[in-house]
Design a protein around this ligand. Structure first.
Ligand code: 3MF
Ligand code: MG
Length: 348
């Protein structure tokens, strides 16, 4: 890759990343920006791609014809702002029919609901001209282990993916795995699990992953190694860069804000693999702190992008020959300091 032109990275985030600051323990602390106002921020902050939940485009109970009209309006809004849709993610965790999961619910009617809602998300993807469906299996797990049959559940998950692949011959499915929250334990909790399942679907070439840094950390795994694993399989088609302080709720902190070295390693692995050269986005999934004032509630997005670009500079500056030399010597103490000095900007 070294001789090629450097990747011109494109960035994306979802409208939910600009938010009113409500959390499970307290109400909103700032007024919500309207969707059209949110769109205006993208270019100003250096972003070209918009990530969508299906109901960010049109409400989920909208009749078909109106849905098409509404989605076309959103497409026009994107065009007017010079933006593109990165993906559509069916929100399968709010409707009462998904209370105990969609695809893995014990109730066939609930599973059918999930199938239909996913197909609808594919219709929206067409109108918004993206071929990517992101599936975060939010409630596909259990509160207590005995609630569902864990073996049958894996089959249900394959059926669900197949139903999307069969509905549309172009669409690609990106699993976004997370080990817990809102469930106590999720099925298919990591990228590795999902890639295993991907090969058992009707069209493995159209099944890949979106990896969120925080989700890997919640699974006790290193995000850059998870990305490397998916990159090897040529299945890393999206990322949700962010940060996470240990094993607790999903914090969606600004990228690089907790562990700069771990962030550096993510940028490193993406850059070395040529991620982004096939149009993949550097996607963020970050929350503004609750303490932030409305007019300053997009800083976390600009800051995360800035950290990515700053770390990219470091990645491009480190001397590969020196790294190879230290690897050959197995002088990892020296290699570690070499990286730390670059990260701190004190390399001689
Ligand atoms: C959950 C998430 C979600 C997903 C989004 C798209 C709020 O932990 O990270 O973001 O990324 O729903 O699938
Ligand atoms: Mg996410």
């Amino acid at each position: 890759m070294a001789e090629e032109k450097p990747t011109a990275y494109k960035f994306s985030f979802g409208p939910w990343n600009i938010h009113s600051g409500a959390d499970p323990f307290g109400p909103p602390v700032r007024e919500e920006f309207a969707f059209a106002e949110k769109l205006k921020f993208y270019k100003k902050l250096g972003f070209d791609g918009v990530q969508f939940h299906d109901d960010d485009v049109v409400l989920d109970d909208t009749p078909h014809e109106e849905m098409v009209k509404g989605a076309r309006q959103v497409k026009k809004m994107l065009d007017d702002e010079g933006l593109v849709a990165e993906f559509i993610a069916p929100r399968l965790w709010e409707d009462p029919r998904t209370i105990d999961g969609g695809p893995t619910s014990n109730d066939p009617e609930c599973r059918e609901y999930a199938f239909n809602r996913a197909r609808r998300a594919i219709d929206l993807a067409h109108i918004l001209e993206t071929d990517k469906i992101v599936w975060w299996p939010a409630r596909e797990g259990t509160y207590i282990r005995e609630a569902k049959d864990p073996i049958i559940s894996v089959g249900h998950i394959v059926d669900f993916i197949n139903s999307m692949l069969e509905y549309d011959k172009e669409i690609r499915i990106l699993g976004e795995m997370k080990p817990n929250e809102p469930m106590d334990l999720s099925y298919i909790p990591t990228t590795g699990h999902f890639i295993g399942v991907a090969y058992k679907t009707a069209d493995p070439a159209r099944v890949g992953v979106l990896i969120e840094s925080a989700h890997c950390i919640l699974a006790g795994l290193d995000p850059s190694d998870e990305m490397a694993y998916a990159l090897w399989h040529k299945k890393l088609w999206g990322v949700h860069l962010n940060d996470q302080h240990g094993l607790k709720f999903d914090e969606d902190k600004a990228f690089g804000s907790v562990n700069l070295r771990q962030a550096f390693n993510q940028v490193w692995v993406l850059e070395k693999a040529g991620y982004g050269r096939n149009g993949e986005f550097i996607g963020l999934d970050v929350k503004a702190m609750r303490t932030q004032k409305k007019e300053r509630s997009t800083r976390h997005l600009a800051n995360s992008r800035r950290m990515f670009l700053a770390l990219l500079e470091v990645v491009r500056k480190v001397d590969e020959a020196e790294i190879e030399r230290l690897r050959a010597l197995r002088d990892y103490e020296a290699l570690e300091v070499y990286i730390l000095e670059h990260l701190m900007g004190i390399a001689p």
